[in-house]
Design a binder for this molecule. Structure first.
Ligand SMILES: Cc1cc2nc3c(=O)[nH]c(=O)nc-3n(C[C@H](O)[C@H](O)[C@H](O)COP(=O)(O)O)c2cc1C
Length: 205
């Protein structure tokens, strides 16, 4: 079992890294493999809406997005960490997630998702809500913890002082590990739910 963690901050060792690292320690204790990908420092362009991915099964821009997609296909869970920029996820994370979720054509159902935000002061829950929307449009159950997953701090030094925030990360990881293990058992016993052919309606009749 494996969890992929995306550090969407430009900083490799800032608040988001501190939060994700606290989760990694719990995953390791739970026997769940982890891979932390630092993507927030990369130049990631937004979606061009060219729809080439419909034919290619991957994004036409062959960059980190396709690398993450290949890893996510094999993973059982995804944690997305973003610093709050103007009360929302930062632009790099949004560009990556828009292209990842639009272009990936494999079945994401029952891969467990979790969102983590960090901020100096405000905008955590707006960012948390924003990130969770990628999971809930994809049939991915969302792991929850003891609060709306967020940590306060402008850098790692400040983040570790948010004792409640750090505890949130441990609780979230423990719950996510339980969910991943339970889903693995459920898939073995019952298989994935049947799926109807998609109905795409662009307007209300
Ligand atoms: C462009 C920009 C916008 C920001 N906007 C907010 C904000 O709306 N609310 C807030 O509390 N902090 C804001 N911050 C501070 C970061 O969210 C905060 O420092 C974050 O925890 C940094 O995480 P990191 O160390 O992983 O990069 C902003 C920082 C930058 C650079």
């Amino acid at each position: 079992m494996k969890v992929l963690l995306l550090n969407g901050s430009p900083h490799s060792d800032g608040s988001i890294y501190t939060a994700l690292n606290e989760m990694i320690k719990v995953f390791e204790k739970e026997g769940i493999e982890t891979e932390l990908i630092h993507c927030g420092n990369l130049d990631i362009r937004g979606c061009m809406a060219c729809h080439a991915c419909g034919k290619l099964g991957k994004c036409v821009y062959d960059d980190i997005v396709n690398e993450v997609a290949a890893k996510l296909e094999k993973a059982d869970g995804l944690v997305v960490g973003s610093p709050v920029y103007y009360a929302s996820a930062n632009a790099t994370v949004v560009a990556l997630l828009d292209r990842l979720f639009f272009s990936a054509h494999f079945d994401m159902r029952m891969k467990v998702g979790a969102a983590v935000a960090s901020a100096r002061r405000g905008g955590l829950t707006a960012t948390f809500d924003e990130l969770n929307k990628y999971f809930t449009i994809s049939g991915m159950p969302v792991a929850s913890g003891q609060y709306w997953n967020g940590i306060h701090g402008n850098n790692a030094e400040e983040a570790v002082q948010d004792r409640e925030g750090m505890q949130m990360m441990r609780t979230l990881a423990a719950n996510m590990a339980f969910l991943i293990k339970s889903i693995a058992l459920g898939k073995e016993k019952y298989g994935l739910p049947e799926r109807e052919a998609p109905q795409m309606m662009n307007f209300i009749h």
